[in-house]
Design a binder for this molecule. Structure first.
Ligand code: PGA
Length: 250
């Protein structure tokens, strides 16, 4: 059975005090049985929040990015070695905001993925198409190409450790969600493509999350699809009571 995952992506939001309160409320609520909850925390709070969730079962933290080099003269950047030294096990890579605002390419993201895996951490690898591509009807090819140009180049052993997040850009932070059928269609195509490259067993074992305006009201409908193994949630992960409902949406 594939791992069910409720991942929050806090992005560049909240003070330390607000972050601590949010994490504590989620720890108090607890991750539902069989669900892995992962919190995508800003770098400066990762250590603190990791200590807060340490006692809770099935709640982990993720960094929202990492540099492809292990150390060196890269002012302002954070390495996987640093993340390892504070016990961070998950790293979100290739979010569309990183791709769009920070020029992250498929090639760079493959390098980052290799570095993260090399550190023994698990990448949550994002893909997804812009609105114009969706309107043109070429979204499936677009997303599969993103994967072909990056993580499909990994060894089967490395690929099998990865979590994928499909996040259509037109649905991120817009309040417009992909319909359950649209999400299922893409997830099924991604799984088919994984099977073609790495075989059925790995395809069936890969958790594929949906992201883009997931909230308390739509999580159940999205997560009930055969190939949707959970969500990567932005806005709705910032309010404890709302995110707890998402965590319970399986
Ligand atoms: P959203 O963000 O839930 O606010 O749309 C999702 C994401 O960017 O991961």
């Amino acid at each position: 059975m594939r791992q069910k995952i409720a991942a929050g992506n806090w992005k560049m939001n909240n003070t330390l005090e607000e972050s601590v309160a949010l994490a504590q409320a989620l720890v108090d609520a607890g991750s539902p049985s069989g669900v892995l909850t992962i919190l995508g925390v800003p770098y400066v709070y990762l250590d603190k929040i990791n200590q807060i969730v340490a006692g809770a079962e099935n709640i982990e933290v993720a960094a929202q990015n990492a540099h492809q080099e292990l150390s060196g003269a890269f002012t302002g950047e954070i390495s996987v070695k640093m993340l390892n030294s504070i016990g961070v096990k998950y790293v979100i890579l290739g979010h569309s905001e990183r791709r769009e605002y920070f020029g992250e390419t498929d090639e760079l993201l493959l390098a980052k993925t290799n570095t993260v895996l090399g550190a023994g951490q698990i990448p949550i690898f994002c893909c997804g198409e812009p609105l114009a591509i969706r309107k043109a009807g070429t979204h499936i090819t677009y997303v599969i190409d993103q994967l072909k140009n990056s993580i499909f180049k990994l060894s089967a052993e490395d690929f099998s450790k990865i979590i994928i997040a499909y996040e259509p850009i037109w649905a991120i932070g817009t309040g417009e969600t992909a319909s359950p059928a649209q999400a299922q269609e893409m997830h099924e195509e991604i799984r088919k493509a994984i099977a073609e490259v790495f075989g059925n067993e790995i395809a069936e074992g890969t958790s594929i999350l949906y992201g883009g305006s997931v909230n308390a009201a739509n999580a159940k409908d999205l997560f009930s699809n055969k190939d949707v193994d959970g969500g990567l949630v932005g806005g709705a992960s910032l309010k404890a009571d709302v995110f707890v409902q998402v965590m319970n949406g399986f």
